[in-house]
Design a protein around this ligand. Structure first.
Ligand code: ATP
Ligand code: MG
Length: 144
């Protein structure tokens, strides 16, 4: 299995619910290393660029409003099979369908306010990490 990087966002609902620590604890205890992190309040333009793949979907306007409604914690995570493993820790998009013990089952309230984002493929991970981080904001951590 390859070492990958993935973009994780703790969305405004997660920051508001004060679960940044709980979420990061799950990443760290599952060998997903934080190699970049910052707390940002996304501009409309930044959000529209990030969610450009969803432009045609009926919830696009709502999701932009939500993701720009307050600060988010954006992170790049690194580890073996990081993209898939992060999504397994997150659980299904709709928390009502998320497996018990996942981040969304434990902390999310509905399909929109679902606490976390995780990249879904290597190409989207590369695009999304580059959307929020310059190369010199990403650390090359060498310890296990
Ligand atoms: P994310 O991309 O945030 O990791 P995901 O890949 O599980 O979530 P997507 O289908 O990519 O789900 O949807 C992106 C985001 O748009 C969702 O996380 C959620 O916040 C919002 N969203 C998805 N479906 C709906 C919907 N039916 N109504 C409102 N918001 C939605
Ligand atoms: Mg997605």
């Amino acid at each position: 299995m390859a070492v990958e990087r993935t973009l994780s966002i703790i969305k405004p609902d997660g920051v508001r619910k004060k679960v940044i620590g709980e979420v990061i604890k799950r990443f760290e205890s599952n060998n997903l290393k934080i190699v970049a992190a910052k707390l940002i309040h996304m501009s409309k333009e930044q959000a529209e660029g990030f969610y450009a793949v969803h432009k045609e979907r009926p919830f696009f306007g709502e999701v932009i409003e939500f993701i720009t409604s307050g600060p988010c914690m954006v992170m790049a995570l690194e580890g073996e099979d990081a993209i898939k493993r992060n999504r397994a820790l997150m659980g299904a998009t709709n928390p009502a369908e998320a497996e018990a013990g996942t981040i969304r089952a434990d902390f999310a309230s509905d399909i929109q306010c679902n606490v976390v984002h995780g990249s879904d493929a290597p190409e989207t991970a590369a695009f999304e990490i580059g959307h929020f981080f310059a190369d010199n904001e990403i650390q090359n951590i060498i310890w296990d």
